[in-house]
Design a binder for this molecule. Sequence first.
Ligand code: MG
Length: 391
Amino acid sequence: MQPPPRKRRISILTSTGSIGQSALAVVRHYPEWFEVVALGANTQWDVLAEQIREFKPKYAAVVDPYAAEKLAEENLGVEILKGDEGLNEAAKVPVDTVLCAVVGAAGLHPLLSAIGAGNRVAVANKEPFVMAGKLVMEEAAKHGVAVLPVDSEHNAIFQCLHGYEKSDVQCIHLTASGGPFYGKPRETLAAVTPEQAVRHPTWNMGEKISVDSATLMNKGLEIVEAMWLFGLPESQINVVIHPQSIVHSMVEYRDGNILAQMGVTDMRFPILFALTWPERVDTPMERLDLTRMNVLTFAEPDFAEFPCLALARRAAAEGGTATAILNAANETAVAAFRKHHIPFLSISDVVGATLDACRASQDYSLASVMDADARARETARGVIEQIGSLA
Ligand code: MG
C-alpha cells in the first residue's frame, strides 16, 4: 500500500478514553500515514504520558489542574496546554483532522474551536450535535470544514448517502442493538446496578455511552445527531432493533432501494474511515466473515419498556433548545445513577420531569444553548434529590 505523499497531521482530543485509545490503535498500524500533533486527557495523565512517549505529539491538553502538574513532572518535552481553554487551544492547532472524542457536553467548545480554526473534524461524541447541532453545522459550512461522523450508525449513513441526493431519501434506518436489557421485562430492571448497565452485549465502549445504550437514550440522541448531520427531519429517521449489530445503519431511497453498510463491531473501522476519507486504505484488522453470520434480525423498538427513546423523539420534534435540555438532564441522571444515587429506571423519570419543567426556546445561539444546559442540570439535580429523599 502506497503511503500518501505527506503524512496526515491529526489531533485526538481527548485520547485517553475508549475512542481515543482505539484511534491510536489505528494510527499505530499506519506509521507512514499519520503524524500525531496533539493529544489530550481530562484526568488520566498517566495514560496520556504513555501515549506521549509512543506518539510524540507537540501538544498535550490536560483539563484537570492536578493532572496537568503531574504530567509536567514527567518532563516529556511536550507543550502542555491546561484547563478547558487548553483543550480549545489544542483543537485550534492547524491539522488535517481533529478527532473529537470528549465525553458529553464538554465536547462542544473544543469541537467549535476546531471548526473555527478551519480544521476538518471527525466527531465521535454525539452530545454537541444534540445540544447545538444547527450551530455546529452552520459553523462548519461557514469555515468550509468537512464533518465526518465516527459514531458507527452515522458513519454507515454517511457512506450509504454517498453520490445520491438528499431529496431522494425516503428515510434513514438507525439500527440499535437494544443494549444489555432489551427484551427483559421492565420490572426486572429495577435493581440493575451501574456495573451491569455498562456491560454492552456487542460493543466495547466508554461507561457513559454504555449506560445510554442500556436505556436506549443513546439511540434517541443518535436520532438528533442524524437530523443535523444529514439535514433530515425527525420524522424521516426510523429506529430498528438489530441485536447482532452487523448492519450499522441503512438509507432507504424513494424508489424503494435500501442501502446498508455492514462490518464487525469494532470502532477502529469508522475511525479509520474518517481519518483517511475520501481515500480507502488496506487494513490489517479482522474483517467481517459473511459465512459465519447465521441470521440477521430486525424488529420494532419497544417504546413502553424504554421511555428514553420516546423522550428523545419528543425533544427532537420540539426543536430549539429542547434537545440541549434532554442532553443535560440525561447526563445529570446518568452521573447520579453511576454514583448509586438513583435507580436505573429513574433515569427516564429525571429526563421526563426536566423536559416538563424547563421551557425550550427556539433560539439556537450558543448563549441560549448554554443557558438551557445550565437550567436543565439544576432542574435535574432537584428531581434527583427528590427521588433520593423518597427512597
Ligand atoms: Mg452509535
